[in-house]
Design a binder for this molecule. Sequence first.
Ligand code: 5GP
Length: 195
Amino acid sequence: MARLFVVSGPSGVGKSTLLRRLVVEVPGLAFVVSHTTRPKRAGEVAGRDYHFVSDAEFDALVAEDAFVEWAFVHGNRYGTARSALAAGGPGDDLLIEVDVQGAEALRRKVPEAVSIFIAPPDFADLEERLVGRGRESVEEVRRRLATARRELPRAGAYDHEVVNRTVGETVGRLKALVLTARAEPSGICPSGTRR
Ligand code: 5GP
């Protein structure tokens, strides 16, 4: 049966770069594309990075119960559509990137999901990366850092926490987690305890 990998981490930690590389390097792992009401950024591709929808379209999807989970994050709405779970080929494992609220909802609905929190080496590093990439306004950076302060203490609720020091090392650790989970029967650790 296909496995579900749920990944979260604060804005600026490098999730997109890491996950994009992970799906290229691990065969049979498909990225689940979320819906969002956030405007498309330069360089993003509709249908690859997100399904970009209006508020009214998002409302309609909520009304027809199209989402497995959805949440307000940084003032916009993001959701995992049930239809998006058909990503990839038959039997492919699924990789879902959600915020901490989404991860909590998915863990409740799919207890055997493997959850991974990507953390920065420290808060100053995160601040530096967010400011350094120069993508968001000062106000938006402040908002994302405030969200990060609330998210970081929730890392303990995940099955695994990976500190992102360098892309190569972190992708290697994520690959190892996927391959280890694939080798285990239905989310049970070798010791017999549930993760
Ligand atoms: P960004 O706007 O930087 O792409 O993403 C902002 C946040 O939204 C990130 O924390 C990301 O993990 C989260 N996010 C992306 N897709 C989903 C989703 O489908 N559901 C939830 N709950 N959060 C999501």
